[in-house]
Design a protein. Sequence first.
Length: 537
Amino acid sequence: MTIEHKRSSKAEIEDLIKARYSLIWITSPEEGRVEDSLRKLCIEREMRLEVWSITEGFKTVANGQGTRDVKDPMKAIDHVLRAEGRALFVLRDFHPFLKEPAVVRRLRDAATELRKTKKSLCILSAITKIPPELEKSISAVLDWDLPNRQEIEGAARKVLPNLPAATQQIIESDPTFMERVVEGALGLTLVEAENVFAKSAVRTHTFDLETILEEKKQIIRKSGLLEYYEHREEFSDVGGMEILKDWLVKRRSAFSARARDFGLPLPKGILLIGVPGTGKSLTAKAVGALWQMPLLRLDVGKIFGGLVGSSEENIRNVIKTAEAIAPAILWIDELEKGFSGTGSSGQTDGGTTSRVFASFITWLQEKTSPVFVIATANNVQQLPPELLRKGRFDEIFFCDLPNREDRRSIIDIHLRKKKRDPGQFDLDKIVEATTDYSGAELEQAVIASLYDAFDTGADLTTEGLLNTLRDIVPLAITMREQIEAMREWARTRARPAASRGPAPAKKEGWMARYGAPTANLGDKGPSADDGERKIEL
Ligand SMILES: Nc1ncnc2c1ncn2[C@@H]1O[C@H](COP(=O)(O)OP(=O)(O)O)[C@@H](O)[C@H]1O
Ligand SMILES: [Mg+2]
């Protein structure tokens, strides 16, 4: 698969230097890698590169010559101002000194001074922590990208000579082998990638894709925000939703070079809105397998949770990882849980949610990297209207309760999953008795009646299923008003995921069959919005 590349950070900083940006903040945990790129850039542009640290003062990279008497941060800035000629200066780990008002003041003055020279000053730090007084003086913040394919291959080639000669030969003789291995480690820093390759070499005496992916999963999970989701669900596991499925099937090769050549735009993303338990999350998971692309699950709650990093930093890191792994799918489940505080209530957190949300929207709309976003939401009311505007997502799909045909296929899927032959069941009768039931409830009914059958020593029958169904009050009954409101909303703003129109969620219909819902189930009603109904067995 060929992928169009977004501009590299090296190219970007080159532009900044050419444009005489005097004070630049570079964020990256990979100090060595960034400095290496800057070194190359400075050679190309015939500039001097001087790097500062608190322990060593300034050092000119080309000749190792040092100016050790400028360890003091104030003196370091003075040194930059005094220095002659075309030069790029890098301050490592400088952010702790930005707590000093004098240092901040000096930097602000320096930023103005430097604009008249051919010198640029970079602050290189693992985090972006800019004091508000300095914000205006920093002309650009550059989030350094993660290693590209070529760099990751470099890391693999460093480890390669350690492998047995025969294995090396196998690897070199298969041109796709290295490609797959490199693909497997995308999204990691260079050091992480090298470690992963070394670990695989020690454990398996080769570059074993499974070991590499397993390690990558661990590393990504450690960030606390993303999960590298292993596909278990197939597209054939999703019943109904023909329009949505067609849309996705049509775009299965949309990330290929062939599609670009043909003139197709890169798909951006979709939003699946709808009734809980209708298979929104299931569909998102299944797209990974359909498109043969890695699926990253984003925990929106944790972006704002305050447990890991600042919210702004978090969203940037997520985007950076997704773009490094791209082509990839970024799955944001239950989007409303993260971004619901962006309206008036968002004022309570000093506007952080709104800011993070705005940067997410900008990225969503402007991204040029092949990251496809699938967001799901059970509640439209909690979503900020900006998100639903045209141009954010390619489509907004509304997932309603399954109609007859869809229920038939969902029941069929779940019976087969339990190794039962759907031909042995009276599906017409079951479909008839399950108006208002969601896919999740149909699945739960199959499982609950399997337990019943197991307990009585018999096998699962149509009767058994019907009995169980009688005890399950569909969420559609307790959430009737919300569902109606959502349908009303969706009529003009979203595309139906299924073609044959919504199934009626009429209380009367269900009650006529089974009588009034029991009080305790009704009580749980509207708040039970996770679509995963717990059935008492
Ligand atoms: N359309 C469907 N086809 C097959 N199974 C479904 C469908 N909808 C729901 N299910 C079953 O219910 C489970 C929960 O559904 P989920 O995708 O989490 O719903 P949602 O995200 O819309 O609330 C799924 O894992 C699946 O087993
Ligand atoms: Mg869900």
